[in-house]
Ligand binder design. Structure first.
Ligand code: PLP
Length: 387
């Protein structure tokens, strides 16, 4: 992808800029080479096909660029949560198999079926809906079963009925059964007993599938954590998400993945405050001596959690500096101490170096996933790397 083609995600018509243009205020730099390299890294760990999850705007990195980088890295299919996500990929000319695994009852499924989007079926009722669509071709379906996640999918009591219904619908030419799948609840804790339980439940389901005379080509179970820790979960397809974007699902384990997103903003102001001066709403921070501070234009509306007030740090000219006082909607205040910094200098909130989304996850008591997917639409995405 050329830089010119790199999407500027802001809705207000801001024009994509060249790489070295410093006229940005706040941006998320997305390294597409890192995404491709992460996918290639994952591909070396399995003989299964890769179906990266590019849902939620590619975990905040941008749906289309992330998808293209995944394909460049060796992915052969793509997974999304919703139909609009799948349709956006098709509209951009992505032709590989796409699975959309979440659809509420009553949606118009015909455009997705016509666009050759495969649908996840999480109940017999939903399968019935797929059968009822009058499209020019049968719906491609991946049956989802609940092997212990307790979220989506058909529960074990109904597997017999599900397989029977699917076999009949397939025989009648009303669906094309492409895959069967389930999702793991505790794969990021490799020793958790739920993992073995889910694997044997999935095997029992596969037996029921065979017993019904079905032979779907694609069986899939593994998310990033299962892909990285347990080959016996790989089957025919794996569905990595977070690892694609460079984060380990098991924090602290190094799998040679590289964070693809770097969030940064340029200081709008640098100034000296006297001693005993309150900072930001509520004056939750008060200077104890004359202090140099910088104002940085990213706030909770951009996905910088307010809970990290007086906790988080950012990098300015290679050094860590604390956010002091409350995180505001559009800005934060950073204490510079003795460091020299000037308006226009760059503050990196996180990237692939000293401070990562895992640090923010600790400060915000969450996981890297939430930090990445929370970076707001106002933060311009800039794409680098030519995968
Ligand atoms: C989000 C998601 C994934 C990817 O999970 P990671 O933990 O990010 O690897 C895989 N499968 C399904 C069904 C998902 O919803």
């Amino acid at each position: 992808m050329t830089l010119i083609a790199a999407a500027c995600r802001m809705g207000d018509g801001v024009i994509p800029r060249s790489l070295d243009d410093m006229s940005f205020q706040a941006e998320a730099v997305v390294n597409l080479e890192a995404i491709a390299a992460n996918v290639a890294n994952l591909a070396r760990r399995t003989s299964a096909e890769l179906m990266p999850a590019v849902k939620a705007d590619g975990y905040g990195h941008g749906l289309i660029p992330a998808a293209r980088a995944c394909l460049a890295g060796g992915a052969t299919r793509l997974g999304v949560a919703t139909l609009p996500e799948a349709m956006a990929l098709r509209a951009d000319g992505v032709t590989v198999p796409i699975l959309a695994w979440l659809a509420a009852p009553g949606l118009d499924l015909e455009p997705a079926i016509e666009a050759d989007v495969s649908l996840g079926a999480s109940s017999v009722a939903q399968l019935r809906e797929f059968v009822a669509v009058r499209a020019s071709r049968p719906a491609k379906v991946h049956l989802e079963v609940d092997t212990g996640m307790g979220r989506g999918g058909v529960v074990e009591d109904e597997w017999g009925r599900l397989c029977e219904f699917a076999a009949k619908a397939q025989a009648d030419g009303l669906i094309e059964l492409v895959g069967v799948w389930s999702h793991m609840a505790c794969a990021d804790e490799p020793e958790h007993p739920a993992n073995a339980a889910q694997k044997s439940a999935f095997e029992r389901f596969l037996d029921a599938v065979s017993a019904a005379g079905l032979d779907p080509a694609y069986r899939h179970l593994a998310n990033s954590a299962a892909l990285l820790t347990d080959r016996s979960t790989h089957y025919d397809v794996v569905r990595p998400g977070i690892a694609v974007y460079g984060y380990s699902p098991i924090v602290g384990q190094d799998y040679g993945l590289r964070p693809a997103m770097s969030v940064r903003a340029r200081l709008t102001q640098v100034k000296r405050l006297p001693a005993e001066h309150g900072i930001s709403y509520g004056h939750t921070y008060v200077t104890d001596r004359p202090t140099t501070v910088a104002v940085v234009p990213l706030g909770y509306a951009d996905g910088i959690p307010r809970s990290t007030s007086n906790k988080a740090e950012v990098l300015i000219n290679g050094e860590r500096h604390p956010i002091v006082g409350r995180v505001c909607m559009d800005q934060v205040v950073v204490k510079l101490g003795k460091a020299k910094a000037h308006p226009g200098d760059v503050a990196e909130f996180f990237g692939d170096g000293e401070i990562t989304a895992d640090d923010w996850a600790i400060w915000h008591d969450t996981i890297s996933y939430e930090i990445l997917t929370s970076i707001g639409a106002r933060v311009r995405r800039r794409y680098v790397g030519n995968p």
